[in-house]
Design a protein around this ligand. Structure first.
Ligand code: ADP
Length: 506
């Protein structure tokens, strides 16, 4: 199949969170399955050029439209880890992609609407036939409307459009005028069955448009696919999801085993196999990595566990509970490392205040930046990773942690519920138990669950080893998930696969 992902992120060249990992991991696995896969991205100024191979100008004369103006664009072609990648450089007077970050600009909606229009203009003028156009979250959701309501009418051919919801929280809301600016008559789309926002009838909801106009919608875990049908997790789109339930399914994300591999990870001072057969060696090497990390961060080694949190710091991730975990770990004589990225000054101040409070305590390190090199060293050194999310569409950090033999303490929600089995869960086979789970996002439940983990770590070495080994034996590679996407694609391109066969396959 000819597959094109149109996305706002792709690891490692432009990543803000899990979406970037997913686009890279899924595209790579689809290549392995023999598909012809490409990715189209904005050419941000923050692109990591060192990961672009064979960068060359594909087109210097791509014209796009906004309002009544024509804008000139260049399209660059490169290979990112073997994945053909097209980067759209907008020569636009608003410098849409030269803002020093992927998101967080005052006019993000306009930036991505322009990108969607230009990406489609590129596909329409350059590519003959595409089987699948795969969209990711609200930034590229408008492609579904543009393709079905504008470009198909002028002869653009494609098999089906897939919309993946990595998080339903952010939806891309704008005035109908913003849609009109990219060539769709905004007011025509502002109806309940199209993309009128469910809460504010005067505005357009771009993610709703992606759901309505795509042929199939996926979310990044089965539990999250169910959760977003509810008022608690749907962020106002629950009724839209219910209405389109027949074409909504959850497919668990995978992780790239080569990319996240402690045996070859160049960031680690001491590599080790990700293979439970070598559990004693792994424990020894993790200890060495911990010593190296403590030295680097000027921390004092303790006999207690090293608990880590690697996360964006946003409400979704439970910042209050992260703070609770931090205090509790230090109270119990452990060490705590937080690597948290945030644009929110409130959280920055809170965590800086905590850092100040524990100034003389050499068991705490807080770094409020995005730093993949350090993240890898943390995964390899930590005993426990804590993920107390309020909601979590899938979550990759728990899977990465398992691959680095770090035991997760997580809240039972979304993809965390689909990937981690509590050590005390006797309903499932013993070899699937890989961590510690709490249900309600309360400080009490978090503390109790951390205590269970600390007790096991300190008093039951053999059970702890078994947990680490179980985690290493679990398979979260992209293989299974990419095959499920393939079945969904075959179903979405009508005629390839029947609905009942799809249900059997996913
Ligand atoms: P989300 O996409 O909601 O941020 P995920 O768990 O799906 O959460 O994916 C997070 C990804 O981003 C993981 O690869 C994780 O290692 C990485 N990550 C998160 N925060 C940081 C950070 N501060 N520095 C480096 N990597 C981070």
């Amino acid at each position: 199949m000819k597959i094109v992902h149109i996305a706002s992120e792709m690891s490692p060249i432009a990543k803000a969170g899990g979406l970037g990992d997913v686009v890279h991991g899924l595209a790579k696995e689809q290549q392995r399955l023999g598909h012809d896969v490409s990715v189209v991205l904005p050419k941000y100024d923050i692109i990591k050029y060192k990961f672009l191979e064979n960068l060359e100008l594909e087109r210097g004369d791509l014209w796009s439209f906004e309002d009544t103006f024509r804008y000139h664009n260049s399209v660059w072609r490169a290979s990112v880890d073997g994945i053909p990648t097209y980067l759209i450089e907008a020569h636009h007077n608003q410098y849409y992609f030269n803002r020093g970050s992927i998101y967080g600009c005052f006019n993000d909606v306009e930036r991505f609407l322009y990108f969607c229009r230009t990406a489609l203009e590129f596909l329409y003028t350059d590519w003959k036939k595409i089987d699948i156009i795969h969209l990711h979250d609200w930034p590229t959701a408008p492609v579904a409307m543009l393709a079905k309501k504008l470009y198909r009418d002028i002869g653009f051919q494609f098999g089906a459009i897939i919309q993946t919801i990595h998080s339903i929280e952010h939806q891309g809301k704008c005035s109908p005028r913003s849609l009109t600016r990219i060539g769709l008559r905004g007011d025509d789309f502002r109806t309940a069955s199209r993309c009128q926002d469910n809460s504010d009838p005067s505005i357009i909801n771009l993610l709703k448009g992606g759901i309505v106009y795509s042929d199939f919608v996926t979310t990044v875990s089965p539990t999250y696919a169910n959760e977003i049908k509810t008022k608690e997790h749907g962020f106002g789109l629950e009724t839209t999801i219910q209405k389109h339930e027949h074409k909504v399914r959850g497919v668990l994300n995978g992780i790239e085993l080569e990319f996240w591999n402690p045996a070859t990870d160049k960031s680690l001072p001491n590599n080790y196999p990700s293979n439970a057969t070598f559990i004693d060696k792994i424990i020894e090497m993790k200890k060495k990595n911990r010593e190296a990390l403590f030295k680097k961060l000027n921390l004092k080694n303790t006999s207690g566990p090293l608990v880590a949190c690697v996360s964006r710091i946003v409400e979704q991730k439970g910042p209050k509970l992260i703070q609770e975990a931090l205090h509790h770990t230090l109270e119990k004589g452990g060490a705590f490392i937080l690597l948290g990225s945030t644009h929110d000054h409130r959280y920055e101040r809170e965590f800086q205040h905590i850092q100040e409070h524990y100034k003389s305590n050499k068991g705490l390190y807080i770094h409020l930046q995005f730093d993949e090199h350090l993240a890898r060293q943390i995964y390899a050194a930590a005993d426990v990773i804590v993920i107390p999310s309020i909601f979590e569409p899938c979550g990759l950090t728990q899977m990465i942690a398992l691959r680095y033999a770090t035991v997760p303490v997580v809240r039972f929600t979304g993809g965390l519920a689909d990937t981690i089995v509590d050590v005390q869960n006797t309903n499932l086979p013993a070899n699937t138990r890989s961590g510690f789970i709490f249900n309600n996002p309360t400080p009490q439940e978090l503390r109790q669950t951390m205590d269970r983990a600390f007790n096991c770590y300190q008093k039951n070495t053999s059970e702890w080893k078994t947990l680490m080994a179980n985690g290493l034996n679990l398979d979260f590679s992209w293989k299974t998930s990419a095959l499920k996407y393939q079945k969904i694609y075959e179903y979405a391109i009508k005629g390839y696969l029947t609905a009942s066969k799809l249900e059997d396959a996913i």
